[in-house]
Design a protein around this ligand. Structure first.
Ligand SMILES: Cc1cc2nc3c(=O)[nH]c(=O)nc-3n(C[C@H](O)[C@H](O)[C@H](O)COP(=O)(O)OP(=O)(O)OC[C@H]3O[C@@H](n4cnc5c(N)ncnc54)[C@H](O)[C@@H]3O)c2cc1C
Length: 241
């Protein structure tokens, strides 16, 4: 596995998806080390002097594909003090520091996989989806839920992959449907749940389940999967504590 490196980056673009959710595209000053889909980076806002200590940072899943080593993308939701600073201080052209890669949340290709992504938790899977090839010999079910359709940020990217990769079956969940058009967009108006997906999975008892999102979602889905006879070994979580 690649040794983590500290790299200065320029903020290239910030996309504001809602009052609290942003995507940040970064241009590193050198090619980033090889990373694997599902890994994460540390992002620091304060200047870093390589002879001193690493500044305060938070971790974010690397949303961009590993093939693309001259760009990095993250998507974040404002939660507490640090992410509030990100929302006010990050601006196009600003320099930030990242260190990467970290983590072992890897989707294994040994059988059918079921991915549950809550909100920005989708970024734990976007790099995996970008690296999928038509030769991947198993089903990939993706249950992607967000508060409303605008926050299904990676839906177009998922749809593009699903169009070229028949084994990928996405299911979308929204909690609100203010324009009444969720059905026309094939969105289920309900919370992400095991019950809603179960009937669509060809062999649910032999699949491996990957969950990424807020801790309460992980807890609920894990309990539901356990109640349906899925072993703890077949449930992998990316806990965003
Ligand atoms: C593997 C992983 C991947 C993640 N990926 C994403 C992602 O892609 N997008 C996203 O929005 N969020 C992601 N998160 C969550 C993110 O890292 C932040 O924890 C979250 O946004 C909390 O917001 P905050 O830091 O603003 O909150 P804060 O209230 O500032 O802090 C939240 C937590 O950070 C820790 N903390 C507090 N102070 C410090 C400090 N000085 N140094 C280090 N840690 C401290 C504490 O555990 C605290 O409870 C991920 C978390 C993990 C573990």
């Amino acid at each position: 596995m690649a040794v983590a490196q500290k790299i200065s980056c320029r903020v290239e673009r910030i996309t504001k998806h809602s009052a609290h959710v942003y995507t940040v595209d970064l241009v590193p000053t050198r090619r980033v080390p090889l990373f694997q889909p599902g890994q994460f980076l540390h992002l620091a806002l304060d200047p870093y002097d390589p002879s001193g200590f690493w500044p305060e940072s938070r971790v974010f899943s690397i949303a961009s594909a590993p093939q693309q080593r001259e760009r990095l993308s993250i998507t974040y939701a404002v939660q507490g003090r640090f992410t509030a600073r990100m929302a006010t201080e990050l601006a196009e052209g600003k320099q930030v520091w990242v260190k990467l890669p970290y983590g072992e949340f890897f989707v294994q290709g040994t059988g059918d996989v079921v991915l549950f992504a809550g909100g920005t938790g989708i970024t734990a899977f976007t790099a995996f989806l970008e690296t999928l090839t038509p030769t991947f010999p198993h089903h990939v079910y993706l249950a992607y839920g967000a508060r409303d359709t605008h926050l299904l940020i990676y839906r177009d990217a998922v749809q593009r992959r699903a169009a070229t990769f028949a084994q990928l079956q996405p299911f979308y969940f929204v909690e609100q449907d203010p324009d009444g058009k969720a059905a026309t967009r094939s969105e289920l108006v309900e919370r992400l749940s095991v019950a809603a997906l179960w009937q669509h999975i060809a062999n649910p008892l032999t699949a491996t389940y990957y969950l990424a999102g807020p801790p309460p979602m992980l807890k609920t889905l894990t309990n539901d999967l356990r109640a349906r006879g899925i072993s703890t070994a077949a449930i992998r979580t990316d806990a965003w504590e």
